[in-house]
Design a protein around this ligand. Structure first.
Ligand code: NAD
Length: 259
């Protein structure tokens, strides 16, 4: 077994469902010590419990600066450093046309899907990475942030902005030996995606399988990524194997977007 994260400490936000717990397990298997953060304490505690001594659960809302400070403090107190920040938490917001858009929907989505990555990054830089002159930050965007999804102006704009945040961060922290990259998933077969397909299927009065087929038809590889497919890219970007890669937004999307 390779141990790319032996001696390293990682924080993963949104670690209670979907991609988060899978990345946590894969990183722990490769030697990482983890702080797993989520709003629902009992869910994330279960994820940490299943992993064992290498993981600590923290209840944290990543839109709350005090929660973020406390989350990073737990990592510092328990493990003494932070090497990897996985800015994975996200919300889809409510599907609304731009003419129906509600400020609360816009702001609450943007707060998690873009602003939280800035806040978590700022905190780990100040508490550990800048002083140690080392670290890797991984943001999680979405194909919606390249092309825009109808009725998701809030989510698309936030996910697009995250790619620019990634570049600015990379430019600013590179001289301190710190990297920042962005994973850009297309559809991942998780609960978030299944809920979305269920909702659209219900609206159109068709079976969920029809919507799944419609979304997959234009993809060169005709499939969704699994969470493990996306985690593989994220872990690579977080690892020293990617030591000269920074500021990049890399698609893992069955070929949906090619640049
Ligand atoms: P998910 O909804 O299962 O996981 C996101 C987690 O973030 C959830 O556990 C949620 O509770 C948590 N979260 C939301 N708001 C939070 C807050 N304020 N504080 C702390 N945690 C909060 O989604 P996923 O499918 O695992 O997605 C992982 C990442 O990949 C996300 O950034 C998502 O936008 C991105 N992505 C997913 C898909 C997909 O098809 N599932 C497609 C493109 C991009």
């Amino acid at each position: 077994m390779s141990a790319r994260f032996a001696g390293k400490v990682a924080i993963i936000t949104g670690a209670s469902t979907g991609l988060g717990p899978i990345m946590a397990r894969m990183m722990a298997d490769e030697g990482a010590k983890l702080v797993l953060a989520a709003r629902r304490a009992e869910l994330v505690e279960q994820v940490a419990h299943d992993i064992g001594d290498a993981a600590i659960a923290v209840r944290a809302d990543v839109t709350n600066e005090a929660d973020i400070a406390a989350m990073v403090e737990v990592a510092m107190a328990r493990w003494g450093q932070v090497d990897v920040m996985m800015n994975n938490a996200a919300v889809p917001g409510k599907d609304l046309h731009i003419w129906e858009q509600a400020l609360d929907n816009w702001n609450s989505t943007y707060a998690v899907d873009c602003t939280a990555a800035m806040l978590c990054t700022r905190e780990v830089l100040n508490r550990s990475m800048l002083a140690r002159r080392s670290g890797a930050i991984v943001n999680f965007s979405s194909g919606a942030g390249w092309d825009g999804l109808p009725r998701k102006s809030h989510y698309s704009a936030a996910k697009g902005a995250l790619r620019i945040l990634t570049k600015v961060t990379a430019k600013e922290v590179g001289e301190f030996g710190i990297r920042c990259n962005c994973v850009v998933p297309g559809a991942i077969d998780t609960e978030l995606m299944r809920n979305y397909m269920r909702r659209i299927a219900k609206e159109q009065g068709v079976d969920e399988a029809v919507i799944r087929a419609q979304i997959q038809a234009p993809l060169p590889l005709k499939t969704f990524s699994t969470p493990e497919d996306v985690a593989n890219l994220a872990l690579f970007l977080a690892s020293d194997a990617a030591r000269t890669i920074t500021g990049q937004s890399i698609n893992v999307d069955a070929g949906q977007f090619m640049s």
